[in-house]
Every structure is written in structure tokens, then in C-alpha cells.
Design a protein around this ligand. Structure first.
Ligand SMILES: Nc1ncnc2c1ncn2[C@@H]1O[C@H](COP(=O)(O)OP(=O)(O)O)[C@@H](O)[C@H]1O
Ligand SMILES: [Mg+2]
Length: 513
């Protein structure tokens, strides 16, 4: 059953008629079509909503009642029953307002048309139509089930049009009715262009010296390895991290949709360019709350870890984040998604991001700095480092010292630009795509059994690793991580087998902060 259909009256006096309007529910990123059934019956005036609505939907009664009146229609002085079917699951948010209002107008005979559309929007008391979060996943869901049209608010037009439907956008309930009755002609919204590729924040060529950290950044971008920069203040750690987007491989179409859907649910879509063109780069401040970082709330919203899906999450001054907040990163780093449990059931958001982090080695920042004296007590240094828990540090394949740059290097010219490095990253990524058969996996995701298959090493290299493990510089996990990083280094060089220098570099890029 699609669109609005007025069923045959049950009784000849036509005292009641049921209207049906298609809407879509959203839980996390999960979606389901909902039929808003409206029955207007004789009896004492009443307005009830059933079918497990949340508080926002209960409140929609007041909004819808006022919006109908203020749009020049009459709110039926009869018994109005709204059912959100299927009724067994809790529905959330204000996105059902429009469907409820249209259903009431239809059931009371004030709207004489059948839209073949999924209707998603909030109404204001004055009858204006307001945008809501999560239009993209809802309209995509409806489109996949054969619904060909969508009716939304203006600010949601681009999002809906990007989903492969004819999207009709309006500023008020009145306009929607006039359109449905054919009294005004509104063309479907045009399919929005992908955002122009944003200008690069920092190009690698701007960064003097720091060859090893730059190499680490290249490896991180190619293989999807998390990276931590540790060094005194003013050595370019923040700059290095900000250069990461200029090295990342292009966003694939399916990734662009996946990332854009998360932004849609968070209400962070650029209406003109709802589909992302570049990988997201999120840089929350260290005062960010747990909620902001991993998401939550009611209705739940995705946090920074999910907004960084398919892109990078930059945690500058990572040791300054609250330890409890950092702890919550373990789940997304391991599972590539985050599940937020709540009263109405759990919401799961994707969270496959590259973590790039930076920190000072100690509170004053000069521990191990050749250019300045550290004023921190040894135990203070220890405590500062301890802020990054073992399990979190364990997920960071690359830990790189960023030293002070000597004067001579500051003036050096002819540094490699991001474009040159990115070309190597893309070529390496192509090798991984052949290896894994999918574009979303990098070497950072190699399983232990795959390591055996894809990381062949010669006896000399074996020896190098054996020494590192025996010398207790490496745990078993660390050993696997070194192999993964070495695999990426070999891919960047275009080699099938790991050479000893690949493994040596991987070991070097794993120094403890
Ligand atoms: N290696 C470098 N090459 C060029 N400029 C640098 C370098 N290191 C630092 N700078 C300059 O110093 C400023 C501070 O660098 P920043 O990346 O914020 O350092 P950090 O994060 O390590 O404290 C930068 O904006 C840049 O102008
Ligand atoms: Mg900094």
C-alpha cells in the first residue's frame, strides 16, 4: 500500500474513513517504512496517537492541530485516531508530523488527492514545514522499497533528491496540499552536485624536515593505520595531522553515501551538497564530552567517531582528553562501529575511521627535547603518558617522535608535495583492493591468518623480528602490528614480499612515546 488511500467507508453513512500516508522511522541508522493510518470518527472530540510513539510524537498532536488550523483548514471536531503501523516498535522524533497532518486532512475530506510519496517533515504551529534529521536514510529506504516520490521541507530537498526519488520540497503544509491537489506546480528538486573538492588545509610541502613523521603519515593514509605524533610544542605535530586529508585516497561512491547518511542523521548536512565529496576529517577539542565523541542522547545522535566514518578522527593533545572519554574509543577502534544502548533499544552507528593523534611527551612538553630543558618530575612524566591506556595505545600502529627541526632544514627547498605522496598512496590502495576484493579494507585490518598469507619474509628479516620479540620490545600483538605496517610499506614500494628494510622501518615507527 503506497501513498494516501481512502478506503471504502465501512458504513453507508460515510461517518468514518481511514487515510494512509507513508512515513519512515529511524532508529540509529536502521529504517522501516511506517504507514500513518488516520481514522476520523464520530464521537467526542479527541486526538490520540497510538503505535508506540515517543514524547516528541505525542507532542506532535499539538503542533499538527495548530498547523492545520493556521493553514486555513479545520481540525475535525471528532474522534481522531492516528496509528503508526507496524505498531510494535517505538517511533521517535518529529519527522512524522507531516504524514500525520496530511492523513488528518485526507481522512476529514479536506485533501482530495493521493500522493505516491514518503512524507518526512516537522510542522510548525503556523503551518510552516520544517526540516528534520535523517532524511537521507529514510528516503533511501523508501526508494529501495519502490516509493518513487518524497515530500520534504526545503532544507531537506537536496538530501532527498540525492536518494534517487523525485523529491518535492515545500515551505508549508498549505503548499503541500496545493501541490497534491494540482493547484500549484512544483518541479522536483534537482539532484545536488557533490561538493567541490575542498581546498587542502596543509600541504606536506609546507612542512620542513620531519621526514620520518611524514613517512608515517603516508603509511597511515595508505594502510589505514592509526598514528600518534609525540614531540615538544611547536614542532609541527598539528600541522602534520592537518596534512592527512591531502594524502587520503578518494572517497568511493558507496563510502560517500555511508558517510553522508551519518551526517544526515546528525543533522550536519550542507543542504547544497548533501553528499560528501571528500573524506571527513573531524577534529574534536579535548574538552569534548563522552556524548559528543561517541554519540548518544534521545533520540540518539552519532558522535565524532561516526562523523569520521570513512575518514579521519584527529585528537590533538590526546593526553588532555578525559581518560573515561578516551576509553570509549576502544569499541569503535575494534569493532569499527559503536552501539549505544538506551531504553528504546540499541542504536548502532558505523565508526570506521583513521585515528591521528598528537601529544606532548610530558606536561611541560620538553621531555627528550634537545632544544629545551624539561622541568617535569619523572613520575609526572610517567603519569602523563599513562593517560593513554595500554589497550588504546595498542590500537595505534604508528607511534612517531616529532623532534625539533634544525635551522638548516627549515630553509630546505624541494620537499615532496602532497599530490606526489598521494599518488603513491592511491597505488598502494589499489594493491590492497586487489588483495581484499573490497575498497574499504586496508592492511590495518589484516587478520592474523591473512598475515601468514600476505606477509612472506626471508630468514634475515625473520631474525630481525625474532630479536625484537625476544628483547621484549614487542608483544605478540605488537609483532602482528609490525607485520601489517611492513605490508603497507611494501605496498607503497610496489613489492609483493616484505624486505628487511620494510620490517626495520615498521619497527622504528613503533617506538613508545
Ligand atoms: N616542521 C615545520 N615546518 C614548517 N612550519 C612549522 C614546522 N613546525 C612548526 N611550524 C610552524 O609552527 C607553527 C606551530 O606548529 P604546530 O603544528 O602547531 O606545532 P605542534 O602541534 O607540534 O605544537 C605552525 O603553524 C607552523 O607555522
Ligand atoms: Mg599542536
Amino acid at each position: 500500500m503506497r501513498g494516501i488511500a481512502i478506503t471504502a467507508p465501512e458504513r453507508p453513512d460515510a461517518a468514518r474513513s481511514v487515510a494512509r500516508v507513508i512515513a519512515c522511522a529511524l532508529w540509529g541508522l536502521e529504517t522501516a517504512l511506517v504507514t500513518v493510518e488516520v481514522d476520523v470518527a464520530n464521537g467526542l472530540p479527541a486526538f490520540v496517537v497510538v503505535g508506540l510513539p515517543d514524547k516528541a510524537i505525542q507532542e506532535s498532536r499539538e503542533r499538527v492541530r495548530a498547523a492545520i488550523r493556521n493553514s486555513g483548514f479545520e481540525f475535525p471536531l471528532r474522534r481522531v485516531t492516528v496509528n503508526l503501523a507496524p505498531a510494535e516498535r517505538k517511533k521517535e522524533g518529529t519527522g512524522f508530523d507531516l504524514a500525520i497532518a496530511l492523513g488528518i486532512l485526507c481522512a476529514s475530506g479536506q485533501l482530495k488527492a493521493k500522493p505516491d510519496a514518503v512524507c518526512v517533515g516537522e510542522v510548525a504551529l503556523d503551518g510552516a514545514l520544517r526540516s528534520v534529521r535523517g532524511v537521507m536514510p529514510r528516503v533511501r529506504h523508501a526508494a529501495a522499497r519502490g516509493v518513487s516520490d518524497a515530500i520534504v521541507a526545503h532544507a531537506n530537498a537536496g538530501e532527498a533528491a540525492a536518494c534517487g526519488v523525485s523529491a518535492f520540497a515545500f515551505g508549508s503544509l498549505r503548499e503541500v496540499v496545493e501541490h497534491l491537489e494540482g493547484r500549484i506546480r512544483v518541479p522536483p528538486a534537482s539532484i545536488p552536485e557533490r561538493a567541490a573538492v575542498s581546498t587542502v588545509a596543509v600541504d606536506l610541502a609546507e612542512i620542513a624536515g620531519q621526514e620520518t613523521p611524514k613517512r608515517a603519515l603516508e603509511i597511515a593514509a595508505a594502510g589505514g593505520h592509526n598514528v600518534l605524533f609525540v614531540g615538544p610544542p611547536g614542532t609541527g605535530k598539528t600541522m602534520l595531522a592537518r596534512a592527512l586529508p591531502s594524502l587520503l585516497p578518494p572517497l568511493e561512491d558507496d563510502e560517500a553515501i555511508a558517510a553522508s547518511v551519518v551526517h544526515s542523521v546528525a543533522g550536519l548536512v550542507d543542504p547544497r551538497h548533501p553528499v560528501l565529496a571528500t573524506r571527513p576529517f573531524r577534529a574534536p577539542h579535548h574538552t569534548a564530552s563522552h556524548l559528543a565523541l561517541v554519540g548518544g542522547g534521545s533520540p540518539p545522535r552519532p558522535g565524532e567517531v561516526s562523523l569520521a566514518h570513512c575518514g579521519a578522527l584527529f585528537l590533538d593533545e590526546i593526553a588532555e582528553f578525559a581518560p573515561a572519554v578516551l576509553d570509549t574509543l576502544r569499541e569503535p577502534l575494534e569493532e569499527r562501529s559503536i552501539t549505544i544502548s538506551r531504553a528504546g533499544g540499541a542504536a548502532t552507528y558505523p565508526a570506521r575511521f583513521l585515528l591521528v593523534a598528537a601529544m606532548n611527551p610530558c606536561p611541560c612538553g620538553h621531555w627528550g627535547d634537545a632544544g629545551a630543558e624539561c622541568r617535569c618530575l619523572p613520575e609526572t612524566v610517567e603519569r602523563y603518558r599513562g593517560r593513554l591506556s595500554g589497550p588504546l595505545l595498542d590500537r595505534i600502529d604508528l607511534r612517531v617522535h616529532v623532534p625539533r627541526v634544525p635551522y638548516e632544514r627549515l630553509r630546505e627547498q624541494s620537499r615532496e608535495s602532497s599530490a606526489i605522496v598521494r599518488a603513491r598512496v592511491i597505488a598502494a590502495r589499489e594493491r590492497m583492493r586487489t588483495r581484499f576484493g573490497v575498497s574499504s579494507r586496508g592492511n590495518a585490518d589484516l587478520t592474523v591468518s591473512e598475515l601468514g598469507r600476505f606477509c612472506r619474509i626471508d630468514p634475515e628479516t625473520e631474525q630481525l623480528l625474532a630479536e625484537a620479540v625476544r628483547g621484549r620490545r614487542l608483544s605478540v600483538r605488537g609483532y602482528h602490528r609490525v607485520l601489517r605496517v611492513a605490508r603497507t610499506i611494501a605496498d607503497l614500494a610496489g613489492n609483493d614480499d616484505l624486505r628487511s628494510e620494510d620490517v626495520a622501518l615498521a619497527l622504528l615507527l613503533r617506538s613508545d612515546p
